[in-house]
Design a protein around this ligand. Structure first.
Ligand code: SF4
Ligand code: SF4
Length: 158
C-alpha cells in the first residue's frame, strides 16, 4: 500500500468517532447520495486500486450462488469442490473466503478472476450506490479499510 493510502487510513482511524457522528447526523439527509457519488467520482480519479488491494488482502466478499456457479465454471471445478476449497459459512450463513488475502489475488494486486469476480467485489466499496443511508454502518467500517472511502469521508465532512 502506498504511504498516501496508509496516511488516509490513519487519519480515518483518528477521526472514527467524528465519522460515525457525521454519518448518524446525516442519515436522513436527502443529498447524501449526491455527496457520496460526487466524492466517489473524484476520489477514484486519484486512487488506483492496483496500488492498494487492501480490501482483497484483509476482508472477504460474500459469494452468492450465482457467483459460485460462474467462478466454479470458469475454473472448471465442481461447485461443491470450489466451495470446499475456498469458502466457509459466516455467522450470517453467507459464503465468504476461508482465508485472507484472497486466493485469487495476484502478486501485482490484480485479480486472477477479474471478469468473473463476485458481485460484491464489483460493487466494493459501495460508495456509488443508491440509498447510501442504508449502509452507513458498513461505510463507517470501510473508512478504516479502504483508503478511497477514507478520502471520500474527508471530502464530504466539514
Ligand atoms: S476498493 Fe479501496 S481497499 Fe479496495 S483496492 Fe480500491 S482503494 Fe483499496
Ligand atoms: S475475487 Fe478478486 S476482486 Fe474479489 S477479493 Fe478476490 S482478488 Fe479481490
Amino acid at each position: 500500500m502506498k504511504s498516501t493510502h496508509r496516511a488516509l487510513l490513519e487519519k480515518s482511524y483518528g477521526r472514527s468517532k467524528e465519522v460515525k457522528a457525521f454519518l448518524r447526523k446525516n442519515s436522513k439527509n436527502k443529498s447524501l447520495d449526491r455527496l457520496f457519488h460526487r466524492a466517489h467520482e473524484a476520489v477514484f480519479q486519484e486512487i488506483d486500486c492496483l496500488d492498494c488491494a487492501n480490501c482483497c488482502k484483509t476482508t472477504s466478499p460474500i459469494f452468492r450462488d450465482s457467483d459460485i456457479r460462474r467462478i466454479a465454471k470458469h475454473l472448471r471445478m465442481k461447485e461443491f469442490h470450489f466451495v470446499d476449497t475456498y469458502l466457509r459459512l459466516d455467522s450470517d450463513q453467507d459464503y465468504v473466503l476461508k482465508e485472507s488475502p484472497c486466493a485469487f489475488l495476484n502478486s501485482d494486486n490484480g485479480c486472477s478472476i477479474y471478469d468473473k469476480r463476485p458481485l460484491a467485489c464489483r460493487e466494493y466499496p459501495h460508495t456509488h450506490r443508491k440509498n447510501m443511508f442504508q449502509i452507513l454502518d458498513i461505510t463507517q467500517r470501510n473508512a478504516l479499510i479502504c483508503p478511497a472511502v477514507a478520502s471520500i469521508m474527508d471530502k464530504i465532512m466539514p
